[in-house]
Structures are given as structure tokens and as C-alpha cells.
Design a protein around this ligand. Structure first.
Ligand code: ZN
Length: 256
């Protein structure tokens, strides 16, 4: 992205931020109905294209932190290591998200082991602030964001392309011999509200404020994330994300 584009984008984001701030200021002075309506179903399909998904289970015990795929356990309710009750949120999610937050997650693999990825849907509960800007969590977890861009993904039929934010990340660690190594991964996400989809956190904040003021409602927003490994210096993961997201998208739509 060149300088001019960057500054134009910066101005646009500033305007959106200013509008969102105004919207929030107004929200506190008006009565708003909360609605349970979400823009998507809280469910991930078993099959997406030639990917097959399995459920993942997490131990809520911070000191244990074990993770399993559902089929791997005889009793999928109890952690075999420490005896805690397993659930679909990891320790960090359980401690950060309100209890009524909806979350589903699957690990998807393809024949031949190509392009495995994690898919997650987080649906906000009564506390609409439960969905945060993901960049904050990523950097807090020690990932460096090396690239950040919005990718437009064509969808079947007359639908507008889906805009997805893609973060390229790198995390330094020491390998088995103690030598410095880098783990390269990607994190792609977009937000879905009732009749709205956006890759931009600020746009989502704006629409939340707008719907509260103009429509007088506060719907539940969802956040859809895809993550996996990437090859440093290659953009091949963008195609993987596009293939998966375009095939997942129709399965997320709510039946009318
Ligand atoms: Zn455990």
C-alpha cells in the first residue's frame, strides 16, 4: 500500500471512529431494546469443501491446559490428565469472555494433510462488548503482526464479495536444541451482525451504534476466525482462506 492510500484509509478510519464515538455517546442517553437475533447460526459444518472438521476440547485448568480432539477420548467430558470438566473454550477464552458468550470451534483437515486450519465462531451474549479487536489479543500472546490487509473473496451467486481481514503473524521461540526459531501463522477474521458483514472492527462498532440509535435495537454480533500455519514469504495462505471462507459462508447463513 502506498502512502497516499494509507493516509486516505487513515482519514476514513478516523471518520468512522469519530462517528462510532458519537454513536456510543448517544447510546447512553437513549432507550435501546436488546434482541437475541444473530446474523448467523452458531454451528460449524462437519464438511467444508474437501475439508473435514473435528471438535476440539480444552481443559479449563490453567496449570494443565490440555487440548484434545473429541474422537480421541473415551469420555469427552473429563480431562484424562487432571480430571477437570472439558469444554470448548481454552483457559484464556474462559477467563476473558462472559459466561453467556457462544463459541464453537473445529479443526479442519483435507485429504493428504494439506492446509489444516482452525475455525471458530464467537457469538456475543448480553454484554455486547465481549467481542474485542483481535489484534490486541494476538500481540498480548506474543505474536508479532508482520502484515495486515483486507482480502475480498468472491462468493457464489449475486452476493457481494466477502471482506476478510488477514493478519500474517510470526512468533519467536526456541527449538528443541535451544536455537532461535520462528513460527509463522495467519489469523483471518470477519464480523457478522444481522444483515451486516464487515472485516473492520471500527465499522462493526459504527454499525452497533447506528442500529441502536436508528433502529433502536442491539443485536448479537458474531466473530468468525480462521487460523493456520503459513510459509514465510508466500501468500499461498490467502488462497486457502479464500477457498475455505467462500465454502463456509453459505453454511453460516440463517435460514429465513
Ligand atoms: Zn486437565
Amino acid at each position: 500500500m502506498d502512502k497516499m492510500q494509507t493516509s486516505a484509509l487513515g482519514t476514513r478510519l478516523f471518520v468512522i471512529a469519530a462517528l462510532a464515538a458519537t454513536a456510543w455517546a448517544l447510546v447512553y442517553k437513549t432507550g435501546v431494546a436488546s434482541s437475541d437475533e444473530a446474523g448467523i447460526v452458531l454451528h460449524l459444518p462437519e464438511q467444508v469443501g474437501d475439508w473435514r472438521g473435528v471438535d476440539l476440547l480444552f481443559c479449563p485448568n490453567r496449570d494443565c491446559g490440555a487440548q484434545y480432539s473429541a474422537g480421541q477420548l473415551e469420555d469427552p467430558t473429563v480431562c484424562p490428565k487432571c480430571g477437570a470438566s472439558l469444554g470448548n473454550m481454552n483457559w484464556a477464552e474462559r477467563s476473558m469472555l462472559p459466561a453467556d458468550t457462544g463459541l464453537v470451534r473445529k479443526y479442519y483437515t483435507r485429504p493428504g494433510g494439506r492446509d489444516p486450519l482452525h475455525a471458530t465462531i464467537v457469538l456475543s451474549g448480553n454484554d455486547r462488548s465481549s467481542i474485542h479487536r483481535p489484534q490486541v489479543c494476538m500481540t498480548a500472546a506474543g505474536h508479532e503482526i508482520v502484515a495486515e490487509r483486507v482480502v475480498r473473496i468472491p462468493l457464489a451467486g449475486p452476493a457481494e464479495p466477502l471482506e476478510v481481514m488477514v493478519l500474517d503473524m510470526a512468533k519467536s521461540y526456541s527449538d528443541a536444541n535451544g536455537a532461535p526459531a520462528v513460527y509463522s501463522s495467519y489469523y483471518a477474521y470477519w464480523f457478522v451482525g444481522k444483515d451486516r458483514e464487515t472485516a473492520s472492527h471500527l465499522a462493526r462498532m459504527f454499525w452497533m451504534g447506528y442500529d441502536r440509535i436508528v433502529r433502536g435495537v442491539s443485536h448479537r454480533w458474531a466473530y468468525i476466525a480462521l487460523s493456520g500455519q503459513r510459509r514465510p514469504g508466500s501468500d499461498a495462505h490467502l488462497q486457502t482462506i479464500a477457498d475455505f471462507a467462500s465454502q463456509l459462508h453459505p453454511a453460516l447463513l440463517k435460514p429465513e
